[in-house]
Ligand binder design. Structure first.
Ligand SMILES: [Zn+2]
Length: 92
């Protein structure tokens, strides 16, 4: 879990998972460009809209725009080096 400016891991060994760390670093970038608090507001609104559309929890979570970007790009470890500003908008 990423709570700017920290990445919180359930277990220390997860620190060795480059995809997971990259995923959380993508969230940190999203949070930074939205000045942190609006990120959480948009994240929650997007989740609730997905639920109101009838999506079950896991699907609603995976379809949050910020998760779409992170899950799509987390295996590309160079992504953050080349990522444009507000790149998450492309995943709406
Ligand atoms: Zn995520």
């Amino acid at each position: 879990m990423a709570i700017f400016p920290f990445i919180l891991l359930k277990q220390l060994k997860l620190k060795q998972c480059p995809d997971l760390i990259n995923h959380e670093r993508i969230h940190l970038r999203q949070q930074l460009e939205l000045l942190v608090l609006p990120f959480y507001v948009l994240y929650l609104i997007h989740y609730l809209v997905n639920r109101l559309r009838g999506q079950p929890h896991q699907q609603a979570y995976r379809n949050i725009v910020f998760e779409r970007e992170a899950f799509t790009m987390d295996k590309n470890l160079d992504y953050l080096s080349n990522r444009g500003f507000f790149a998450w908008i492309r995943f709406l």
